[in-house]
Design a protein around this ligand. Structure first.
Ligand SMILES: Cc1ncc(COP(=O)(O)O)c(C=O)c1O
Length: 402
């Protein structure tokens, strides 16, 4: 019998998992212990001196924890990475990456539109530490080429980006960044490894908010950074040891249980999104629908090249978004009007363009025009869950009217 490498669906269930040696339990145990008993001679090291904290015995849970390690192995296997480090939240994973790879005098290029917290951290907080930051529309590689500087150390992309669902060509961005001596980190929260594995396209690090599709049940916060092991271990020793952004074991266990069903969840969400996108595209009150799976997506070629499936996130616009938002918040019964995304239950929220421009994006000129071309006065970000598509459509129909 020939041995085959397990396919990603199988890895999502089994990578990093082996029966508990004492009980033969198949489901992972939760190791809640903060500290572990040391053998004679253990403990004669400091975090500073250790190149790889995962090579040390478990000693203190802020550094490494057996349950979190299992999740890290699974995330690394799914992303085709040498290693992964998990963090308390997705934003902690992004902060850990920035604060490990950047120092005063370095230059960061961040996508002009990406998760608001990451964008604000980069553009408002990092300059206080002497880090130069430029926001670039990374869907235009020529803009990246023009923005790269001799001191650019990192290019941070997000694809598809929150909230526009605009893609970044990872192979092209990685080629340009590497030629300039910069690393590339990619927030792949919307895509998940089911749709895109950024490292396969040349990126150096892939970042997740595990809070979203990876866990998929809206009951745990978490984050991860995966990539080559030496790079990941540098981030671990900062993130866990000095920034203290460690993932709790209980959350790691919940996220692992969520990952068990990542593939079928992403497939169902995608199939549901196709039905809902088609319904909305025909609705008289809806002026635009964006979903990577629609043939009219402005980057349909890149979607085909870079995404194995279009995923469960879509956006739509209406003529009077604030009035529509009020109707949806009041009338929806199956879909929840709420922030967050990637859960088993469908969620929708309005991201008003004027408000987002003032609070977060602060875009001008061509970047502002480009944002408006995708978002108009505001977009409804709809995260499609696992409900029957007929029920989602019926709920939208009664809430939108007509
Ligand atoms: C694309 C993306 N990245 C990162 C985050 C931050 O994740 P967390 O809330 O787990 O910190 C979010 C949250 O919405 C997100 O949408």
């Amino acid at each position: 019998m020939t041995e085959t490498t397990p396919r990603p669906q199988t890895l999502a269930l089994n990578a990093g998992l082996s029966p508990d040696p004492a009980t033969r339990a198949i489901a992972p145990n939760i190791s809640m212990s903060v500290n572990n008993a040391l053998a004679p001679g253990d403990g004669a090291f400091s975090a500073d001196g250790a190149a790889d904290l995962t090579a040390l015995p478990y000693l203190y849970a802020r550094w490494t924890n057996p349950t979190v390690r299992q999740l890290e192995e699974r995330v690394a296997a799914l992303e085709g990475a040498g290693g992964a480090v998990c963090t308390a939240t997705g934003l902690a994973a992004i902060a850990a990456t920035f604060f490990t790879l950047l120092k005063a005098g370095d230059h960061l290029i961040v996508s002009d539109v990406c998760y608001a917290g990451a964008n604000e951290l980069a553009r408002r907080i990092l300059p206080d530490y002497g880090i130069e930051v430029t926001a670039v529309n990374l869907s235009r590689p020529a803009d990246l080429a023009a923005a790269l500087r001799p001191n650019t150390r990192l290019v941070h992309a997000e694809t598809p980006c929150n909230p526009l669902l605009r893609l970044t060509d990872l192979a092209e961005v990685s080629r340009l960044a590497h030629a300039a001596g910069a690393l590339v980190s990619v927030d792949s929260t919307f895509a998940t490894p089911v749709a895109t594995r950024p490292l396969d396209h040349g990126a150096d690090l892939v970042i997740h908010s595990l809070t979203k599709f990876m866990n998929g049940h809206g009951d745990a916060l978490g984050g991860a950074v995966a990539g080559a092991k030496p790079l990941v271990e540098r981030i671990r020793s900062r993130a866990g040891v000095y920034l203290g952004a460690t993932l709790a074991a209980h959350s790691a266990w919940l996220i692992m249980r969520g990952l068990d069903t990542l593939w079928p969840r992403m497939q169902t969400a995608t199939a549901n999104a196709a039905r809902v996108a088609a319904y909305l595209a025909d609705h008289p009150a809806v002026t635009a629908v964006t979903w990577p799976g629609l043939p009219g997506h402005p980057q349909a070629d890149l979607v085909a090249r870079q995404m194995a499936l279009p995923g469960g996130m879509l956006t739509f616009q209406t003529r009077d978004p604030r009035a529509t938002a009020a109707r949806l918040a009041e009338r929806l019964k199956t879909i929840h009007y709420a922030f967050s995304l990637g859960h088993q239950r469908s969620l929708v929220v309005l991201l008003d363009t004027e408000e987002m421009m003032a609070s977060t994006w602060r875009l001008t000129g061509a970047q502002a025009e480009d944002y408006r071309a995708w978002a108009g006065d505001g977009i409804f970000r709809l995260s499609i869950g696992l409900e029957a598509p007929e029920d989602l459509i019926a709920d939208l129909a009664q809430a939108l009217g007509q």
